[in-house]
Design a protein around this ligand. Structure first.
Ligand code: GLU
Length: 367
């Protein structure tokens, strides 16, 4: 059997100091722990942020005053080089070799590129190299970029069929309230299901240096656990954090238990990676058919549609009470749906596929 894989993500605020230098002590701690895990039989993939945070100061700029995306992209190109140099030095101290892999969202959406990225990561692991992954920020398209490396790390975990995803950050995990403002906040050690209450607790993103925040960690945990990958959020500075995470040491962070079923890659990227460009409202019968009987969505159950989209675009599917409960890749354009609204299959124009969203292209979202 192949050695299990752990994907460990480290955030900008843990890799780059407040004055914009790469924190070589933090990198060397991480790499030492990567080495410990490798020696106990794990294969390790690192997902790192910090390119933009390390690049801006080298250009005499600060995260607070730059908003232009092309300048941020340029800064990432400068910072990524320094980041990799620092990783190379830290890895060499443990006689390890790193390999840079820069990924974009399309690498997960287009099957051919998905297989290529997976092949490269697998080859690196087989060669004993530590893959060091970041988003390809220098050419990131603002419309579809990940915007944070948490989600990227989760998709990578799916790609390599990791056993564990570890999101290292500047807090000990997920708390019942914000520990900076509420003294009674306590660490949540185990989460079986990510629901709306948890999402409210996690709140929104914070600063540019800590771009993801807890909300994006939860979103990442959702992707990973739906891929059958257990996820841990833990404090990057905690001694032996990575070995403790792979050994399942209690109380070392917040652990999200994986779903028993691994959602196929196609459904995962429809559900969590493809941006939705429209919305379809369905009646109660259709909702039940999709949710309980795993059927395809037919025009007869559609009440209304909003947005303009083409076949193959992703849309959200909501019930008449306005709850989005599914996401799917449509086989029909919005215009076709409008002109056939509510029609039964027998009444459809000739040549139309029967399903508006085929069951294989449909993901029921956690509520
Ligand atoms: N990819 C970005 C960088 O390296 C960071 C995104 C994030 O902070 O998650 O600067």
């Amino acid at each position: 059997m192949n050695a299990p894989i752990v994907v460990v993500k480290i955030g900008s605020s843990s890799v780059v100091t407040v004055d914009g230098r790469i924190d070589t002590t933090a990198l060397s701690k991480l790499v030492t722990e990567v080495d410990v895990c490798r020696q106990s039989g794990w294969r390790v993939v690192v997902v790192t942020s910090g390119a933009i945070a390390a690049g801006l100061p080298q250009l005499g700029m600060s995260a607070d005053d730059v908003r232009a995306d092309d300048v941020l992209r340029a800064a990432s190109a400068v910072g990524q080089t320094s980041l990799m140099r620092a990783f190379e030095v830290a890895l060499a101290e443990r006689s390890l070799l790193g390999g840079q892999v820069l990924l974009a969202p399309t690498d997960f959406m287009l099957r051919r590129r998905y297989l290529k990225s997976r092949g490269t990561l697998q080859a690196l692991l087989e060669l004993g190299v530590v893959p060091i992954v970041n988003e390809n920020d220098a050419i990131a398209d603002d419309e579809i970029r990940f915007g944070d490396n948490d989600r990227l790390a989760a998709l990578v975990a799916h790609l390599v069929e990791a056993r564990l995803l570890v999101l290292l950050t500047d807090t000990a995990g997920l708390f019942t309230a914000d520990p900076r403002v509420d003294e009674s906040a306590s660490l949540i050690e185990e989460i079986l299901e990510i629901d709306q209450t948890l999402e409210n607790v996690a709140g929104g993103p914070r600063s540019l240096r800590s771009r993801g925040g807890m909300a994006s960690k939860l979103a990442a945990a959702k992707i990973a656990t739906w891929s059958g990958v257990e996820t841990v959020i833990a404090f990057a500075g905690r001694p032996s954090v990575l070995p403790d995470a792979v050994n399942g040491v209690a109380g070392m962070g917040t652990v999200f238990r994986a779903k028993a079923q691994r959602l196929p890659a196609r459904k995962l990227w429809i559900g969590f990676a493809l941006p939705a460009v429209g919305r379809i409202v369905v009646d109660e019968g259709a909702r039940r058919a999709l949710e309980e009987q795993q059927r395809s969505l037919l025009s007869a159950g559609i009440v209304s549609v909003s947005g303009e989209f083409d076949a193959d675009d992703a849309v959200e599917i909501e019930d008449t009470a306005g709850t989005v409960f599914a996401k799917g890749q449509v086989s029909w354009s919005s215009q076709m749906i409008r002109s056939n609204l509510g029609r039964r299959t027998a009444e459809l124009e000739a040549g139309l596929p029967h399903e508006v969203v085929h069951r294989d292209d449909l993901v029921i979202l956690p509520n």
